[in-house]
Design a binder for this molecule. Structure first.
Ligand code: ATP
Length: 342
């Protein structure tokens, strides 16, 4: 008997991430940039519940329990806010993850491939996915990718696929580098276009404060601004390399050393779009943060704190002194996992 016949629905969680450092190389002829980055999963989790359907449809709903249900996006050319909505159809990353997994399982079932789940046959291949979004949307924290990772874990259990995390990561990599990272969690060096992941062995814990913005930025748009800024300044970017001291500091959770090594090449273009981010980072530093930078393509800013008490005190003073919401988190957080089957 399959799990999903025993259990009506399956819930999985997957973490959002910050980039403790991100260096971007020059624009490549294919439109991408080489990066050297340090991904770090944080204790803010997206939750995805997969419920079986009798038919073949995949549906996506954003739960009312979500902290973030959408975000305004900053229009690249006009600089104006446009209402951004989370797509609920075939472009939603959770939908795409479920569809990819289903295609792979159907392929196996048809005997195209062989594997542990050969012959398993869900009543319907459809699934209702309900997302609880706790990671800021379009915030440079990989929330959509965490949804995809959680959907892979939940659907894999629902369809009794018997797949390892590594196998799910290989499927998820088709949706972008952040998906395998959200499955694995922890900390990892990312090279290539961010897709060559090297997990870091780490000990200890870092304490961060996440400050989401009230508006989102498009990742390709931020890269375009970076290229334009470099061109105007006549700067030729070097091939990015990972700093071994940074890797050492993260694997030891050495906040002191890390604070001097955190850097993000996408920060200047993000700030050029949203100058208030600079004020927020200055405020955090004046309130005692060890360091504060933009995560990924932004606009989420995160601060490094000495310990849990310091993080909570920093979050309170940021909320009191600026009109922001500040969330203390721990890192590196574990990757995607099953939460419940009912
Ligand atoms: P990235 O850095 O991967 O570009 P991000 O972390 O800044 O992304 P996400 O919250 O992952 O931001 O979403 C970016 C965009 O992706 C959204 O504006 C939305 O249009 C689209 N999207 C697709 N699937 C999802 C999802 N499950 N949740 C949120 N947004 C999604």
């Amino acid at each position: 008997m399959r799990d999903s016949q025993l259990f009506g629905h399956v819930t999985a969680v997957a973490p959002g991430k910050v980039n403790l450092s991100l260096r971007a190389g020059p624009l490549r002829p294919d439109g991408y940039h080489d990066v050297a980055t340090l991904y770090c999963a944080v204790s803010l989790y997206e939750e995805v519940t997969a419920s079986p359907r009798e038919d073949d449809a995949i549906t996506v709903t954003v739960s009312e329990r979500s902290v973030f249900t959408g975000v305004d996006l900053l229009d690249e050319s006009t600089g104006e806010r446009v209402t951004g909505e989370i797509p609920l159809g075939a472009s939603n990353l959770a939908y795409r993850a479920a569809a990819l997994l289903r295609d792979r399982l159907k392929g196996r079932r048809a005997g195209v491939l062989s594997g542990p789940w050969e012959g398993s046959a869900p009543a319907g291949w459809g699934v209702d996915l309900t997302l609880v979004k706790n990671v800021p949307v379009a915030g440079g924290m990989g929330g959509g990718s965490a949804d995809a990772a959680a959907a892979l874990v939940a659907c894999s259990a629902l369809w009794d696929a018997g797949l390892s995390k590594e196998q799910l990561a290989e499927i998820g990599s088709e949706l972008g580098a952040d998906v395998p990272f959200a499955l694995m969690g922890g900390a990892a060096a990312g090279q290539g276009v961010g897709d060559e992941l090297s997990p870091l062995l780490h000990r200890g814990e870092l304490h961060l404060v996440i400050a989401p913005a009230s508006v989102g930025l498009s990742t390709p748009g931020v890269y375009r601004t970076l290229d334009a800024m470099r061109e105007r300044a006549g700067v030729q970017a070097d091939t990015p390399e990972l700093d071994p001291d940074l890797v050492r500091a993260v694997s030891r959770s050495d906040a002191e050393s890390l604070s001097a090594l955190m850097v993000n090449d996408l920060q200047a273009p993000a700030v050029s779009r949203l100058p208030e981010l600079d004020e927020l980072m200055d405020l955090g530093l004046s309130e005692g943060a060890m360091q504060g930078i933009v995560s990924g393509s932004g606009p989420t800013v995160f601060f490094l704190a000495h310990d849990a008490a310091h993080a909570s005190q920093l979050a309170t003073s940021l909320e009191e002194r600026a009109e922001v919401w500040a969330i203390p988190v721990t890192a590196p957080a574990p990757g995607a996992r099953l939460l419940a089957q009912k």
